[in-house]
Design a protein around this ligand. Structure first.
Ligand code: ADP
Ligand code: MG
Length: 389
């Protein structure tokens, strides 16, 4: 085997497991509230994937109107997310939009949905529930492979550019680290193992009750923080083939991200500490917007350029989801009300830019068998060759 042939062999492995995936963008229009009821809607849904507002037409992957249920959103985004996760892909779901547009309702659900009104449950508990069901199915279906699954969760909040552990609020100001083995992670963040939906519900209830909210003049209860719930699934399997034993380890994670309100600062009448908060929140959010512009440009022109992931906590933490090794879904939440029209337009423009990004998601799998040992030898040989030159 020549080194060239060996290198060829190495390079030929892989692409089958990778997918050039665009960002899935969904717009959800929430129903009018009591105050808005008589005002009609400024948005017209034209088809399953298009809408018009102020004489402009926008097209996305899907438009979910005021009739859409939590189950509809699960079918659109959650069900594919579960299958991708089991296949070994990393994913993130972001909820973007102004305060009061339905982000929290969509991602977590109505406030009492985890305990009582289950039909109001949001995307996160539905995805976790389905994951447990599917894991059971997979274990039964592939009994020969001795599949072992391990699931764990973490829940954090970014507020004022500081990271707090929502599962242990004594842990404040946590730091983001990065290394070759683990990638980007939050140091000392609590990770709880979960083995049932009850476990997950308990963690969600705990984390959500720890979320910080504060009032501003525009919104009685406005969310000034970003919260990120991460669900990690690890699976090990063993299989006997051609007289040898190979084992594989797959690991995938899903990040559920409820972003702070995207409304412009001047409307909130923020002052003093509030203004400082808003400034910082805008740093993470505006940096997200910034990156989306850059990545959309890179995808369109093919020109590489520096991507400033580390300029905010949010983009540093979720860099893999932005143009990297993860599938990304963006739920853009909007209000139908006339009074929200300019914010709605700005959300839709954000959504349209996000649509242009291309991520490169690959299956995260380590196979310990002869081929992998060979690959390692090839790598060593190549390094040696390189040193000799
Ligand atoms: P945000 O998190 O964007 O600030 P919320 O999710 O808190 O907004 O939604 C604001 C209010 O509207 C909440 O009372 C929520 O229950 C309600 N709401 C939002 N979206 C829907 C929807 N699709 N159907 C019914 N009620 C909704
Ligand atoms: Mg909210």
């Amino acid at each position: 085997l020549t080194v060239e042939a060996a290198v060829g062999l190495e390079n030929s492995a892989g692409p089958a497991n990778s997918a050039d995936s665009g960002v899935k963008v969904i717009v959800r229009i929430r129903p009018p509230n009591k105050v808005e009821e008589d005002g009609g809607s400024v948005i017209q849904k034209l088809s399953n994937d298009s809408l018009s507002i102020a004489g402009q037409t926008f097209t996305f992957d899907s438009v979910a109107d005021i009739e859409s249920t939590q189950i509809d959103i699960f079918q659109l985004i959650g069900a594919p997310l579960v299958e991708n996760c089991l296949a070994g892909f990393n994913s993130s779901v972001f909820a973007y939009g102004q305060t009061g547009s339905g982000k929290t309702y969509t991602i977590w659900g109505a406030s009492n949905a985890l305990l009582e009104e289950r039909d109001q449950q949001g995307l996160t508990p539905r995805v976790c529930q389905r994951l447990f069901e599917r894991i059971n199915e997979e274990q039964e279906k592939h009994a020969d492979k001795q599949l072992v699954y391990m699931c764990r969760c973490s829940f954090l909040e970014i507020y004022n550019e500081q990271i707090t552990d929502l599962l242990d609020t004594n842990q404040k100001n946590l730091q983001i680290r990065e290394d070759v083995k683990s990638g980007v992670y939050v140091e000392n963040l609590t990770e709880e193992c979960v083995s049932s939906m009850e476990d997950v519900s308990q963690l969600l209830i705990k984390g959500l009750s720890n979320r910080r909210t504060s009032s501003t003049t525009v919104n009685a209860e406005s969310s000034r923080s970003h919260s990120v719930f991460t669900y990690v699934v690890e699976s090990r399997s063993k299989s006997m083939a051609d007289g040898g034993v190979s084992s594989s380890l797959k690991m995938s994670r899903i990040n559920f991200v409820d972003l702070a309100g995207s409304e412009r600062q001047k409307q909130t009448g923020a002052a003093g500490d509030r203004l400082k908060e808003a400034g910082n929140i805008n740093r993470s959010l505006s940096q997200l917007g910034n990156l989306i512009n850059i990545l959309a440009e890179v995808s369109q022109t093919g020109k590489q350029r520096h991507i400033p992931y580390r300029d905010s906590k949010l983009t540093f933490l979720l860099q893999e989801s932005l143009g990297g090794n993860a599938k990304l879904a963006m739920i853009c939440a909007v209000s139908p009300a006339q009074s929200c029209k300019s914010e709605t337009l700005s959300t839709l423009r954000f959504a349209q830019r996000a649509k242009a990004i291309k991520n490169k998601a690959v299956v995260n799998e380590e196979i310990q068998d002869d081929v992998n040992v060979l690959r390692q030898v090839i790598r060593q040989l190549r390094d040696e060759l390189h040193r000799m030159k």
